[in-house]
Design a protein around this ligand. Structure first.
Ligand SMILES: Cc1ncc(COP(=O)(O)O)c(C=O)c1O
Length: 421
């Protein structure tokens, strides 16, 4: 007997992220330049063991406390520490942010999901960059929310004048009431590696501030702390005057910069009603992120452990980025592929020559599977699945030896397709 619920499966299609992650885990012969996994060898094993030992030896806050449920909103001390870090990065006054506006979630993915679920009804619209984080697009689709691309500049920033025209045409076309948010992936973005400039953030904030709080501004700063050498000078939206009166949500995560398996993320929301609503949904979903995981990252942040780990990671990812970049190097560029070196994050974002399609059904994808290398097809990262000639190549998970091998395989597939034309 089959379930006959009419809504079942109406919007839900098999998840691309799950497909990629499952293939990566199930096919050890495949080298994955697809997975946004963090580097396995660099995971902070000893640090985490030391922290857990410290809990076990601490009679007062001991292991028993952190093995018990915590609060729905998340550990107060962790929220305070995270708020202080944001104030420092934004060079804003100490105490300008309020820890009670922060919510700890099961990764920043849960934060983003709850944010959209509470903000939008099916049929509503969220404006996104081209390209953008593909799991966010997948999530919008799953929630029945329409992802609309914003006009972009050659630099990778949102075209603010173009955005103003989009808002005007949404008003004349009667769609504006359904527009609920603008979403930006702001630092060393997934997939493009682009960092949104301060000017672009101010420009978007200025435009939205004319709309009486009807359109929220969501900044996804998942990779902010994963710069290679120097941090971006662009402040986050919480540090921008033009955004001061907007409903803002700033999200980020401790998964990529520390331990992805602990799955601790967070969001800071300036709008009390929205936050209240998100807290209600969090309560309905799981009434609190793993207390144990939170306590571990809190301890890491409050000691020197997190910062020390981050500086090791930055050096390591820089080396790995250079390794992949050079291994693909001139031979792939000579075939007409184009990409630039990012200054942080985990990804190279490469464009194929002559519009060569890279999607799951393409000849190029089949050639890569045949060679035993995976990448994320760029169409997944574009609202409307267009253009189709980009590939996201992650240097996160493979070690340098494997990156060299993966680059060889990728080149062989590209060369085979090139020779076939
Ligand atoms: C841009 C961006 N935002 C959010 C996330 C969610 O990460 P997590 O749930 O591990 O915090 C990711 C993960 O890859 C990402 O790339």
């Amino acid at each position: 007997m089959k379930l006959s619920l009419s809504a079942l499966g109406r919007r839900q299609r098999p998840s691309d992220i799950s497909r990629l992650m499952t293939t990566a885990l199930e096919r050890p012969d495949m080298l994955s330049l697809a997975a946004g996994f963090t580097d396995n060898a660099s995971l902070p094993l000893h640090d985490v063991c030391d922290i857990v030992d410290a809990f076990a030896n601490d009679g007062e806050t001991g292991l028993r406390t952190v093995l018990q449920y915590g609060t729905n909103q998340g550990r107060e001390k962790l929220r305070s520490s995270l708020v202080s870090r944001i104030e420092k990065m934004d060079s804003t006054e100490v105490g300008s942010l309020d820890p009670s506006r922060m919510m700890i979630t099961n990764g920043s993915q849960q934060q983003l999901y709850i944010a959209i679920q509470t903000l939008c009804d099916p049929g509503d619209i969220v404006l996104v960059e081209q390209p953008t984080y593909f799991v966010f697009l997948e999530m919008l689709e799953g929630l029945g929310v329409d992802a609309r691309p914003m006009p972009m500049l050659e630099s990778g920033d949102v075209d603010v004048d173009g955005l103003e025209r989009v808002l005007t045409s949404m008003k004349t076309g009667g769609e504006f009431e359904r527009l609920k948010a603008v979403y930006l992936v702001s630092y060393y973005a997934n997939p493009s590696g682009h960092t949104v400039s301060e000017n672009a953030k101010r420009g978007v904030a200025k435009l939205l501030s004319k709309e009486d709080g009807k359109v929220a501004f969501i900044e996804d700063a998942a990779y902010r702390e994963l710069y290679f050498e120097t941090p971006s000078e662009a402040p986050g939206i919480l540090g921008i005057e033009e955004a001061a009166n907007l409903p803002l949500l700033y999200t980020s995560t401790l998964t990529k910069p520390f331990a992805s398996g602990l799955k601790v993320g967070f969001g800071y929301c300036t709008d009390s009603d929205w936050l209240k609503s998100m807290l209600s949904v969090k309560g309905q979903q799981d009434f609190g992120t793993s207390h144990f995981s939170q306590a571990i990252v809190e301890h890491a942040i409050d000691s020197e452990v997190y910062d020390r780990h981050l500086s090791d990671l930055r050096r390591m990812y820089l080396k790995k980025m250079i390794c992949l970049d050079e291994a693909l190097g001139d031979r792939l560029r000579n075939l007409g592929w184009k990409w630039t070196r990012p200054s942080g994050g985990l990804y190279l974002w490469a464009r194929s020559p002559d519009g060569l399609e890279t999607d799951f059904d393409s000849a190029f994808h089949a050639a890569c599977s045949g060679e035993g290398v995976m990448y994320v097809p760029g169409d997944l990262c574009h609202a409307n699945r267009d253009p189709r000639d980009f590939a996201r190549l992650s240097f996160g998970v493979l070690n340098e030896e494997k990156l060299l091998e993966a680059a060889d395989r990728y080149f062989l597939a590209a060369d085979a397709l090139n020779s076939a034309v």
